[in-house]
Design a protein around this ligand. Structure first.
Ligand SMILES: [Zn+2]
Length: 493
């Protein structure tokens, strides 16, 4: 019951508790704290070039941010979102500086070290200046607001990026939260306001690195980091917010991210179901087992225009626990800390830093816990492919480094009711699988009141088995028995 109440709490509008980068613990703050992530969007990228560093290759920028680049920024977001989010990017005029615009005493060689607190105030001034110069160069900012929380212009920019050629990693910067100075329209503090359009935060990347921008921009959409800042392990695999190292083989979002952003074709499981999960990059198919704040998500991942590092196709299984990192235990939105300012805590003490109990954990088919022990991700061993399965661990004990039991149990050790069996790869890349979930009460949960991705597209439908027509109880029991025997036979091999 408590779980249910917490879930309903997410539906209540409470902008006072809005926060950045909370993975949609708060869903109603698109505009002031998040960029819209559904529908058409018009984004602005501001290139900032400082002399003495490798010049920005504008032709490369134009290409990577054009919808024509099959492995570029726009196609990435269109693919990840199932075409539900359709950004178009305008590359603004290059803002040029003859010398480093940052104070030379604090930033010799114009290099900004990761975590340098001095960069905050200097960065605020630099971002404000870049927006002012872009405005003065004749750019009309009203064109960058075609979307908003209700899908219509809302006088909040759809998304603004800042790409520079100076040595700097990347950051999603909540400008409005930190700004105590000029807003460019005569005001003081909060968002910038240009041509009547408010800008709350920026995605920033240095070294002219457009790949870093793919990740940083995802923060503007409300996502938090899912890699391990402390480096005890790489963090979440198979996630643009996770262990991806910004190489050209861009990694798609993990299933939880897809689910939260309403980019999934949500298939809620109840009881035992035989499902066909199509490749997620073309179908959005995400099966969910369990409800509330702790559950499992299953999707079909494999190589395509993205995820090219995967040598094969298989099922990725994610164990999600939204209770992780309750940095604001008080207040209405404790999960992931969605109170304003909690994002600072999430950056300092990230939600995925505990390899054994992160917010999102990739369950590995081989049960060897290589990822938790900072050993490499091996897709052939870690994805669920024919011959693999995932069951409850009978000890019902809590998993930890000293007790590495590979069961489908909750983190408490209690059985979750989740089982995965009988994986079959089809010629078209789809994967058939039998999933077990609790037998009732699974179909009512909603992410939002209306719109795509708010509700399961299917729940509790048994598909593609000879037993699907079984409705009478004795007949159903017989079918379940036959299925059980079939599984046992396969698992013995
Ligand atoms: Zn990040």
């Amino acid at each position: 019951m408590l779980r249910r109440l917490a879930f309903l709490g997410l539906l209540l509008p409470a902008l006072a508790f809005a926060d950045y980068m909370d993975h949609f613990a708060q869903r109603d703050d698109v505009g002031p704290r998040k960029a819209p992530s559904l529908g058409d969007a018009r984004l602005l990228l501001i290139p900032v070039e400082v002399k003495g560093f490798p010049p920005i290759d504008r032709a490369r920028l134009e290409r990577f941010f054009s919808p024509d680049d099959e492995a570029g920024f726009v196609r990435f977001y269109e693919t990840a979102s199932l075409g539900r989010y359709r950004p178009r990017v305008t590359i603004g005029p290059t803002i040029s500086y003859d010398v480093c615009p940052l104070p030379v005493t604090q930033f010799p060689r114009c290099s900004v070290a990761r975590g340098d607190i001095n960069a905050f105030s200097a960065g605020i001034d630099l971002l404000r200046e870049a927006v002012r110069k872009t405005d003065e160069a004749g750019i009309d900012f009203t064109q960058f607001d075609v979307n908003g929380r209700a899908g219509a212009p809302d006088r909040w920019a759809d998304g603004v990026m800042f790409l520079t050629n100076v040595p700097f990693g990347g950051i999603a910067f909540p400008f409005a939260y930190f700004n105590r100075g000029d807003t460019l329209n005569g005001g003081v503090g909060g968002p910038l306001v240009v041509d009547g359009i408010r800008i709350s935060h920026f995605a920033v990347a240095g070294d002219s690195d457009v790949l870093v921008m793919v990740h940083e921009f995802a923060h503007l959409l409300g996502l938090t980091d899912l890699y391990d800042e402390a480096g005890n392990y790489a963090g979440l695999q198979l996630s643009v917010m996770g262990a991806w190292l910004y190489d050209p083989k861009i990694v798609l979002p993990d299933a939880e991210t897809r689910f939260r952003l309403r980019w999934a074709n949500w298939l809620q499981v109840q009881g035992r179901q035989r499902l066909t999960l199509r490749p997620v990059e073309t179908s959005g198919d995400v099966a969910r087992v369990g409800i509330g704040d702790e559950y499992f998500l299953i999707e079909n991942r494999g190589p395509g225009a993205f995820d090219q590092r995967l040598p094969l196709r298989g099922l990725a299984v994610f164990h999600v626990d939204r209770n992780v990192q309750s940095v604001s235990a008080q207040g209405s939105f404790p999960k992931l800390g969605a109170k304003e300012g909690d994002f600072v805590n999430r950056i300092l003490d990230c939600v995925n830093c505990d390899a054994w109990h992160p917010y999102v954990r990739l369950v590995q088919a081989d049960g060897a816990f290589d990822l938790e022990n900072n050993r490499p991700f091996v897709p052939a061993d870690d994805l669920f492919t024919p011959g693999t399965f995932f069951l409850n661990d009978a000890s019902n004990s809590a998993r930890s480094k000293s007790n590495p039991v590979n069961g489908s149990n909750f983190y408490s050790g209690q059985p979750s009711g989740f089982a995965l069996n009988d994986v079959r790869l089809l010629a078209d890349g789809s994967i058939e699988v039998t999933l077990d979930a609790p037998s009732s009460g699974q179909c009512e949960e909603r992410l939002c009141a209306e719109g795509e991705g708010c509700a399961p597209v299917r729940c509790a439908e048994t598909l593609k088995t000879g037993c699907s027509a079984a409705t009478g109880t004795p007949l159903l029991a017989l079918c379940v028995l036959l299925l059980e025997q079939r599984f046992r036979r396969r698992h013995r091999r």
